[in-house]
Design a protein around this ligand. Structure first.
Ligand code: ZN
Length: 107
């Protein structure tokens, strides 16, 4: 097991903790997210785009902290999914059934 595996596991654990802590302590949840982001940046690990809000650092839990909507179809661009955070930050993702984006951390 190399150092990147250790770092990735730590990120996964921190994001999981962040999601679990959200109900009881939002500040702590955000802190877990920022720790995960820091580790990921140091080790150049790709964190999932949908695990947390890049604006406010809140862990994204569909139906709770983030609203997920299918976007309008536009010519040539295919379907999109719209993620709207409670802080009003909005992100658009391409939508396809093959996507692995549901995982918090891509491998
Ligand atoms: Zn946000």
């Amino acid at each position: 097991m190399n150092i990147n595996d250790v770092a990735r596991r730590r990120c996964e654990k921190l994001l999981l903790l962040a999601a679990r802590t959200l109900d009881s302590d939002e500040t702590l949840a955000k802190r877990y997210v920022s720790l995960a982001r820091r580790i990921a940046a140091r080790h150049r690990l790709p964190l999932g785009n949908k695990a947390f809000c890049k604006e406010c650092g809140l862990p994204w839990i569909p139906g709770k902290t983030v609203r997920v909507r299918l976007g309008r179809k536009r010519a040539g661009s295919g379907k999109t999914v719209l993620y709207t955070c409670v802080c009003k930050n909005t992100r658009r993702f391409p939508y396809s059934k093959k996507t692995k984006e549901n995982k918090q951390i891509k491998h």
